[in-house]
Ligand binder design. Structure first.
Ligand code: NAG
Ligand code: NAG
Ligand code: NAG
Ligand code: NAG
Ligand code: NAG
Length: 350
C-alpha cells in the first residue's frame, strides 16, 4: 500500500521537462529588444537551482546531462538542454543560485525555477522545492543586486523588455491533487490553482515584469510514470489526469487575458504546454521519434530523479525518445516543443 504512494510522490515531485536543444534551434531574437529571459517554475525550467538546496529532486549526476557539453550533469532534468535554455537569448540559461554567475549572466537572464515546485503550498511542503513565491523573493534580491551593479535605468530596461516565462502546475496536479483526496472535486482544485497562478503573475508584474508567458499544464496523464502507475496493463494515458490538466488550462486561458487587460503596459500570453505534447504523442513519426510511452533512462517505466542514476542503463538512441526519464523530455523532445511554441509566443509578447 505504501509503496505505490511513495512511488507516486517520488515520480511526481520532480516534473521537469527538458526542452533541450539539438542542432537547429530557434531562440528568442538576440537583440536589444529582448535583453534577457527570466524563468520561474518547476523542473521543466530548473537549470540547476536544486543543486544548492536540500531536496531529493536533483539531477546533478549521470546519466542526467550525458549529452550536455560532452557529458556534464548540471541539475537539468534531461540528457541535455532544457526548455529554459531553448527560450533564452543565449546558449544556456544559468541557474540563479549558481555562485559562479557574473554580472553579464545576470543581465542576459537566469532561471529561478526549482524542480518539484508548485502553486499549492502543499506541493512545496512535500517536495522541499523553492516555492514560486520564494522564487519571487530571489527575484527581488536579483533586482536589488543588479541595481547596485548597473544602476536603476539599466534594470528598468530589463524589466520593461525581458521575457518572463512561468511553468508551474505539473507537480500540483500529480502530487497534491491526489494527496488532498480531491480527485472527485477536480473543479475546485483547478479553480484554486488558477487563482494562485493569476496571483503569482500579478506579483511578478508588480515587481516590474511586463512580457510574461504563462505555461498551461502538460498532459500529465501521458507521462511514462503515470502510465505505469495508473494506466492499466496497456499503460494508456491516464484520462482523468489529462482532464484535470485540460480543465485548468481552459480556465487559465479564459482568465489570463482579463488579468492582462487590468495591468497597464503588460503583455501576458498563455503558453500551450498541452496540445504540442499530445500532438507528438499521437504522431511521433511525424516528428522523427519512435518512442513516446517510456523514458530513455533505465526501463523507462518509473525511473526519475535518484531512481535514474549511474546504475541505470540508457536507451541506445535518445534522439528517438520523447521522454528522457519517466517524467521529463529528452533534449530533442524539448527542441520539438519549443519549435512549436516560440513563434506564437514571440508574436504575442513582442
Ligand atoms: C527546430 O527548428 C529549427 C529552425 O526552424 C530547425 O532547423 C530544426 O530542425 C527544428 N528542430 C526540431 C527538432 O524540430
Ligand atoms: C506547509 O508547511 C508549513 C510549515 O511546516 C505549515 O505551516 C503549513 O501549514 C504547510 N502547508 C500545507 C498546505 O501543508
Ligand atoms: C545579492 O544580495 C544579497 C543580499 O540581498 C547578498 O546576500 C548576495 O550575496 C548578493 N549577490 C550578489 C551576486 O551580489
Ligand atoms: C520602462 O517603462 C516605463 C513605462 O512605460 C517608462 O516610463 C520607462 O521610461 C521605461 N524605462 C526604460 C529604461 O525602458
Ligand atoms: C478564486 O478567485 C475568485 C475571484 O477572486 C473567488 O471568487 C473564488 O472563490 C476563488 N476560488 C477558489 C477555489 O479559491
Amino acid at each position: 500500500m505504501l509503496l505505490p504512494v511513495v512511488n507516486v510522490i517520488l515520480f511526481c515531485v520532480y516534473a521537469t521537462v527538458c526542452l533541450c536543444r539539438g542542432q537547429g534551434t530557434i531562440n528568442l531574437p538576440k537583440s536589444s529588444s529582448v535583453p534577457a529571459v527570466l524563468a520561474f517554475g518547476d523542473s521543466f525550467l530548473d537549470t540547476g537551482n536544486n543543486n544548492y538546496i536540500t531536496t531529493l529532486g536533483k539531477a546533478n549526476f549521470l546519466p542526467y546531462g550525458k549529452d550536455f557539453m560532452g557529458g556534464k550533469p548540471t541539475g537539468r532534468f534531461s540528457n541535455g538542454k532544457n526548455i529554459a535554455d531553448f527560450f533564452g537569448v543565449k546558449e544556456y540559461l544559468p541557474a540563479y543560485l549558481d555562485p559562479s554567475l557574473q554580472v553579464n549572466d545576470l543581465l542576459t537572464g537566469v532561471s529561478f525555477a526549482s524542480g518539484g515546485s508548485g502553486y499549492d503550498p502543499l506541493t512545496n511542503n512535500i517536495s522541499l522545492a523553492i516555492s514560486p513565491l520564494d522564487q519571487l523573493n530571489l527575484f527581488k534580491q536579483y533586482i536589488g543586486n543588479l541595481t547596485t551593479m548597473v544602476g536603476e535605468e539599466a534594470v528598468m530596461n530589463i524589466m520593461n523588455n525581458s521575457v518572463f516565462i512561468v511553468c508551474v502546475s505539473t507537480n500540483d496536479l500529480i502530487i497534491s491533487l491526489p494527496a488532498r483526496s480531491l480527485q472527485d472535486d477536480v473543479l475546485t482544485y483547478d479553480r484554486m490553482l488558477v487563482n494562485l497562478t493569476l496571483s503569482f503573475v500579478q506579483q511578478l508584474y508588480e515587481l516590474g515584469a511586463r512580457r510574461i508567458g504563462v505555461f498551461s499544464a502538460p498532459p500529465v496523464g501521458c507521462f511514462p510514470a503515470e502510465r505505469t502507475l495508473f494506466g492499466g496493463v496497456l499503460r494508456k494515458c491516464v484520462q482523468k489526469e489529462n482532464e484535470a490538466s485540460q480543465l485548468y488550462n481552459s480556465m487559465l486561458k479564459e482568465q489570463l487575458p482579463l488579468l492582462g487587460s487590468s495591468l497597464p503596459q503588460s503583455k501576458i500570453a498563455f503558453v500551450d504546454f498541452y496540445n504540442p505534447l499530445i500532438s507528438v504523442i499521437n504522431n511521433p513519426q511525424q516528428y522523427g521519434l519512435d518512442v513516446i510511452d517510456r523514458g530513455c533512462c533505465g526501463t523507462g517505466l518509473l525511473e526519475v530523479v535518484f531512481l535514474c542514476n549511474r546504475l541505470s542503463p540508457t536507451c541506445l538512441d535518445d534522439s528517438k525518445f520523447f521522454f528522457w526519464d519517466s517524467i521529463h523530455l529528452t533534449e530533442i523532445g524539448c527542441n520539438i516543443f519549443v519549435n512549436q511554441t516560440l513563434p506564437g509566443l514571440v508574436n504575442s509578447l513582442l
